[in-house]
Ligand binder design. Structure first.
Ligand SMILES: Nc1ncnc2c1ncn2[C@@H]1O[C@H](COP(=O)(O)OP(=O)(O)OP(=O)(O)O)[C@@H](O)[C@H]1O
Ligand SMILES: [Mg+2]
Length: 393
């Protein structure tokens, strides 16, 4: 087993001036399960392929264990990679599919047999060893593909979206199995996904990438509680964090975040950091699950409430997504005062309005048009620098 270190790793594909991976520095600890997550095209596969040796490194160093592997051919790297579109040999039995990578490496027959059976036991596919892949379900095939990585006893597992062609139920099931597998074999693993739920549930730590650049490397809880910037804040969490442009004003020694439609008190513990932004417009963020009907919050939210009209309620059974409109002052009276068609009133009322998404318990009975006040506990308000988009802490 081994750690994997990226030192200022850059990848430039021929002809493209923007790097696919830019100056990536991070350390994946020995036995760690690290998830690499980010939107399509952000450089996840490229980073993995450089570790595996399938892609040349344009700059920087990759170290596996204690060896710089930049110029080491793939077969000498002791890395096993599971690809998104795994390919099993259709004419071979499951047993032979598992044994083949060992045969290529000239592992003696008895050891081969022992390792294949051990991997099959670990993945619970012993009963299928004689079958051909076409006689297996998608999930079982996926496990055979994983088995081919496991039999090699590699130092490092690289998994590039290995669950993406499974249906939702099987994904959740296989996800759990992969976590158990890692607990058993403890092989250092880098796991790529663009699914943030998968990232949050599987990773010891998560590396969030955007446009080739590492944005934050942290535990799932820290990413959620303390996103380093607006990108991470918006990427982790579903539905996404609400962002509102607010002007910071000072009043009676307190800082307020204001729009045309509301003013909320900035949290006391961030006053110091926010002071330098007074008079400026910055971005405020609040997660949908942290927007609560004021009657359900304690006294501490006084002065931090936002008057809103319920626009749409989506009932999901276990929770409701409630879309809320905060209108600029003076027009809060709403649509009934204006004799317009519903559509016109609708689009007018949206102009200059702030749209907020709230995630509420199913027992919150709200319907379109209801007027309520929502608020968030001060520690759940996030603020971002207007230029750098870095979190203001
Ligand atoms: N062989 C290549 N030649 C030129 N550009 C490439 C090549 N492979 C990838 N790229 C570019 O590099 C960037 C990163 O691609 P990469 O495949 O690493 O993204 P990804 O994060 O894995 O995306 P996805 O989630 O869609 O798999 C993209 O802009 C892509 O177009
Ligand atoms: Mg990819």
């Amino acid at each position: 087993m081994a750690r994997v270190i990226f030192q200022n790793v850059t990848k430039l594909y021929g002809g493209n001036p923007t790097p696919a991976v830019a100056d990536l520095s991070m350390e994946v600890e020995d036995q760690e399960f690290l998830v690499l997550v980010g939107p399509s095209g952000c450089g996840k596969s490229t980073a993995m392929r450089m570790v595996a040796g399938l892609e040349e490194i344009s700059g920087g160093q990759i170290i596996i264990g204690d060896r710089v592997v930049n110029d080491l051919p793939p077969k000498d790297r002791d890395v096993a990679m599971v690809f998104q579109s795994y390919a099993l040999y259709p004419h071979m039995s499951v047993y032979d599919n598992l044994a083949y990578p060992l045969k290529l490496r000239k592992v003696p027959k008895t050891e081969r047999d022992q390792r294949v059976r051990e991997a099959a036991r670990t993945l619970d596919i012993e009963q299928f060893l004689d079958r051909k892949p076409k006689a297996l379900s998608g999930g079982q095939r996926q496990r055979v593909a994983l088995g081919r990585a496991i039999v090699r006893n590699a130092d490092v597992f690289l998994m590039d979206e290995p669950l993406s062609n499974l249906d939702a139920k099987l994904r959740v099931q296989t996800r759990a199995e992969l976590i158990k597998l890692h607990e058993r074999v403890n092989t250092t693993t880098i796991y790529v996904t663009h699914d943030q739920v998968e990232a949050m549930t599987m990773g010891d730590r998560i590396a969030v990438m955007s446009l080739g650049v590492l944005q934050q490397l942290d535990t799932p809880q820290n990413l959620y509680d303390h996103p380093a910037n607006k990108f991470v804040a918006g990427f982790i969490g579903s539905p996404s964090m609400n962002f509102v442009e607010v002007a910071l004003t000072a009043q009676d020694g307190k800082i307020h975040a204001t729009t045309e439609g509301f003013a909320v008190l900035a949290p006391a513990h961030k006053e110091k950091a926010l002071a330098q932004y007074i008079g400026q417009t910055i971005t405020m963020g609040v997660r949908p699950e942290h927007l609560v009907e004021v009657s359900r919050l304690g006294d501490h939210v006084k002065g931090t409430t936002i008057p809103v009209t319920v626009d749409i309620v989506e009932q999901l059974g276990n929770e409701n997504f409630v879309y809320l409109l905060n209108r600029p002052n003076g027009r809060r009276g709403g649509t009934e005062e204006i004799k317009l068609t519903e559509y016109e009133a609708e689009s007018m009322s949206r102009t200059g309005s702030t749209l907020l998404t709230a995630r509420m318990a199913p027992d919150v009975r709200l319907i379109r048009g209801d007027r309520i006040e929502v608020g968030a506990a001060p520690e759940n308000l996030h603020f971002f620098d207007p230029q750098t988009e870095a979190a203001i802490r």
